[in-house]
Design a protein around this ligand. Structure first.
Ligand SMILES: Cc1ncc(COP(=O)(O)O)c(C=O)c1O
Length: 386
């Protein structure tokens, strides 16, 4: 076990997905990692203690190795959920009196975490007005310690200039952290563009089958060491069985996400022409306001499309009329799913707050699966007709 890098050189993402991190099975010598579940493990003859909450089970390390190599980072960890990864990472890097800049357009759970916890902890924060580097720059204070953003963001698929934000942060000695869930490590590698910490809700594309919760962080070794210290205290560890499932899912990450992206590109273009659709947001469409940036910093445009229905169409009825695409929370699975952010990820915010973020009641977040693109197209057309 575990490193798959040879002489410091990594393989291509497809090969890393299949092979990196695999734990040698001393019983079968087979090609898959054995699942280790023991919480009671020997310590007398060893110089370190292996224990699930210490984030050092072989199956946890196998996933960490895959994600580390995929992102091209120095170190990585796996958690019990995306929010466990995000909260532990942020708490480990911040202390009372520090200031953080958050992008305005964020996953609702992350925004809710900030509003629920940060005042009590004495951590100051500001939300940007927009997504441009300038929007972050104008909020820098003497005590700004961290810049946090999503790209593409949930649900509006807005992008941030990763290299630009990294440069800004370095000038002001700040750390940068990105939630890269929507892109997955297949379509962008923020660490390689200078971002210090890269987070994913592994519940989405990394898991890919809508059947468990997990999260990961990858980044600089000295920062991940701090995350690990806090993680042991906060205890958001993933068990051996689920770590194994995640490792298994990640083997097919590249073909799955590439097929989802192909389907999404096809459907986004079709949606733009359809009667009843007011606007379509997809980073791979020339009409996306940041199409040039998407081409510059992404290797593909992902499987998420956001679109807005004309006001005369009822978004709830539209979703109920779909036959293949399911109205469901969560995203990134092989099955196509759709949801109204105002009823799901952003339900905790008032209508006015959502309007400020650009989230109307007619906005729909579409996670494109691996079904036939023609079938998906027909499904949308028939639901619109009804
Ligand atoms: C972009 C993004 N980040 C983080 C999370 C939180 O992940 P989890 O539900 O695995 O805690 C989500 C969940 O929807 C998400 O969409």
């Amino acid at each position: 076990m575990l490193s798959f890098m040879k002489n410091g050189k990594s393989h291509s993402p497809e090969t890393i997905c299949v092979h990196a991190g695999t734990v040698l099975d001393p019983v079968s010598s087979g090609v898959v990692s054995p699942i280790v579940t023991a919480t009671a493990q020997p310590y007398l003859e060893k110089n370190s203690i292996v224990y699930p909450r210490y984030f050092n089970l072989p199956n946890q390390l196998a996933v960490a190795e895959k994600i580390k190599e995929l992102e091209g980072a120095e170190d990585a960890m796996v958690f019990a959920s995306g929010m466990a990864a995000i909260s532990t990472t942020l708490l480990s890097q911040l202390k009372m009196g520090d200031h953080v800049i958050f992008q305005n357009s964020l996953y609702g759970g992350t925004r809710n975490m900030v509003l629920t916890m940060f005042d009590n902890l004495g951590i100051q924060y500001s939300f940007t007005k927009g997504n441009e580097v300038q929007d972050f720059a104008e909020l820098i204070q003497n005590n700004t310690r961290l810049i946090y953003f999503e790209s593409p963001s949930n649900p509006l698929l807005l992008l941030c200039d990763m290299a630009g934000i990294s440069e800004l942060a370095k000038t002001h000695q700040c750390i940068t952290a990105i939630d890269s869930t929507f892109a997955s490590p297949v379509f962008q590698n923020p660490y390689k563009l200078g971002i210090d910490l890269v987070l994913h809700s592994a519940t989405k594309y990394l898991g890919g089958h809508s059947d468990f919760c997990a999260g990961v962080v990858a980044g600089k070794k000295n920062l991940i060491d701090k995350v690990r210290k806090y993680a042991k205290c906060l205890g958001g560890s993933l068990d051996g069985h689920t770590s194994y499932l995640l490792e298994r899912s990640m083997k097919t990450l590249s073909p799955r996400t590439n097929l989802q992206a192909q389907n999404a590109k096809f459907l986004a273009a079709k949606l733009e022409e359809m009667k009843g659709i007011q606007r379509v947001l997809y980073p791979g469409l020339p009409s996306h306001p940041q199409y040039e940036l998407a081409k510059k910093q992404m290797k593909g445009f992902g499987g998420m499309i956001t679109f807005e229905l004309e006001p005369w169409l009822d978004p709830v009825n539209f979703q109920k009329n779909l036959q293949i695409i399911s109205p469901m929370v969560s995203l990134g699975g092989v099955e196509s799913t759709i949801c109204s952010p105002h009823l799901t990820s952003h339900v905790l915010f008032s209508k006015e707050e959502r309007a400020g973020m650009g989230i109307s009641d007619g906005l729909l977040r579409f996670s494109v699966g691996i079904e036939s693109q023609e079938d998906l197209l027909k499904d949308i057309e028939q639901a619109l007709r009804k």
